[in-house]
Design a protein around this ligand. Structure first.
Ligand code: NAD
Length: 480
């Protein structure tokens, strides 16, 4: 198999996982970042965020994985450069491309000096609006000209990333598909060769037995590849908002949304994943990507009523927690509320777009005392906020609490000693399950009131045995 020299610009969640995975395939990888402290830490084998399996993968491939702040020497000899820098949401909702633009311009300047045999393949892995591939080409060309021109060729490819934080290493090595978009056949072939061990599932791994025989390689044009990424995230966000709409209606008519989701999810056209009612979607991708897609539509004066509704339903879900607490506790002033879970989903410490902070802020504004616990994101939260009391033991958070809110469905919360919880909490204790993650029957059996999302009169207990009979794991059923 051909081995490549690869540079990955941006050493965050996506850049590091991409770099470590490509090193695992045998490629020689250098991860570049402008953050000097980050690069120093990475050089010592430390990762500044929580991602299961990543540290081990990096350590295992340390001889093929380097870190630097200096792009020039890497770009001069690389076969392929990935751009994996952050593309945050700008003020008008559109993606802020300034980091991508800075890298593209620098690459142009570097290429003007480079003595290369083959054109550099520049791969856009950052999530960027439709048309950004051409924009990046233009900026590389600008950079080239600013630096006096040159003969070196380059070609821009779109290779959107679909990894999920919390299972990023797994998603990177066993993806559902690899999407690559370019107008150049040679560039598409280069990417196919680069990813061949993943496509054919022929790389060595301790994660055997492999879940997949082969991975579909979708090669398409630049613009379609960029659109695939936005369409995928917008669809998933809409699916969650759809079940939340049904959940709110279920509460009114007395149906149980967990039963409804189970019943519709068994239809293969619908699928069981991302049918979990609750607080809605968050994180570093869905909110900003849906906003960016809406911004793209605005540029064409095109209306997006479906996306608008998906966003509106999601915003309403956050407020539902406050309403549920008010309904049970009557007033929030002077009440102690335990928030269980801070990260936007389990198995990550990422707080970007997490509903926890918005809910905590609102409870604080209404005079409640908020105490938070998260298995991994506690320290990060304590450092980032000044209005929250963060503790490092779930029972300490629950002590004397009038209510507990499950904000993130960490597995640990399903294993709480409920008798102990009931004895610690203010009487009568209340659980508001923002993720429908707990077994209502078990909570009630411990003498704790339970309020989930979309559970009719609040008395229905979803039959978890039914999920097991259908061969689905609880996680499959709930969260995808
Ligand atoms: P991140 O914030 O974790 O990492 C980005 C890194 O890029 C930072 O370390 C930053 O210092 C570095 N950077 C920025 N400008 C730079 C420059 N000019 N030169 C060198 N380094 C630079 O971001 P992330 O979560 O890894 O996301 C990266 C991209 O991937 C975004 O476009 C995001 O939308 C997309 N994406 C993210 C995920 C995810 O789950 N995090 C999943 C799929 C796609």
């Amino acid at each position: 198999m051909e081995k490549f020299d690869v540079g990955v610009v941006g050493s965050g969640y996506v850049g590091l996982v991409t770099g470590a995975s490509l090193a695992q395939l045998g490629h020689r990888v250098t991860c570049i970042d402008k953050d000097v402290r980050l690069v120093a830490k990475l050089g010592e084998g430390q990762i500044p965020f929580y991602e299961p399996g990543l540290e081990e993968l990096m350590a295992k491939n340390a001889d093929r994985l380097r870190f630097t702040t200096e792009l020039t020497s890497v770009a001069c000899k690389a076969d392929v450069i990935f751009i994996a820098v952050d593309t945050p949401q700008g003020e008008d909702g559109a993606a802020d491309l300034s980091n991508v633009a800075a890298v593209a311009r620098s690459l142009g300047q570097i290429l003007s000096d480079a003595n290369r045999e083959r054109p550099l393949v520049v791969v856009n892995k950052s999530t960027v609006p439709v048309g950004s591939g051409d924009y990046v080409s233009m900026l590389i060309q600008d950079g080239l000209q600013e630096a006096g021109g040159g003969e070196a060729g380059f070609v821009v490819v779109s290779n959107p990333e679909f990894l999920r934080e919390g299972s990023a290493v797994y998603d990177s090595l066993f993806p559902d598909r690899i999407v690559v978009g370019s107008d150049s056949r040679e560039a598409l072939d280069t990417l196919r060769t680069l990813y061949e061990p993943i496509i054919e599932q022929s790389f060595s791994t301790e994660l055997d037995p492999r879940p997949k025989v082969a991975v579909p390689f979708v090669s398409t044009d630049l613009v379609s590849a960029e659109m695939i990424k936005y369409a995928a995230n917008a669809f998933l966000a809409t699916k969650v908002s759809f079940i939340n709409e049904i959940a709110n209606l279920s509460e009114l008519v007395g149906a149980d949304v967990s039963e409804v989701a189970y019943g519709i999810g068994l239809d293969e056209r619908i699928g069981s994943r991302f049918l979990s009612a609750g607080l809605g979607w968050g994180g570093s991708c869905f909110p900003k990507d849906v906003a960016a897609l809406k911004a793209v539509a605005r540029e064409y004066e095109h209306e997006t009523p479906l996306l608008d509704a998906a966003v509106a339903v999601n915003e309403r879900q956050r407020g539902q927690v406050i309403l549920k607490l008010q309904r049970e506790l009557h007033t929030l002033k002077g009440k102690r509320i335990a928030l269980l879970g801070l990260s936007f989903k389990p198995n990550t410490d990422d707080l970007r777009g997490a509903p926890s902070l918005a809910i905590a802020r609102e409870l604080d504004r209404r005079g409640a005392r908020v105490v938070c616990y998260d298995p991994v994101a506690g320290r990060k939260t304590a450092a980032a906020t000044d209005f929250l009391k963060v503790v490092f033991d779930p029972y300490e958070a629950l002590k004397e609490a009038h209510a507990a809110v499950i904000v993130t469905e960490w597995e640990e919360f399903r294993e709480l000693d409920l008798k102990r919880v009931a004895s610690l909490m203010h009487k009568p204790p209340l659980f508001v399950d923002g993720r429908n993650a707990l077994d209502p029957g078990e909570i009630r059996a411990a003498g704790i009131r339970y309020r989930g999302f979309g559970h009719g009169d609040g008395q229905n207990a979803f039959d978890y045995g039914k999920v097991r009979t259908a061969g689905l794991s609880h996680t499959d059923y709930q969260r995808g």
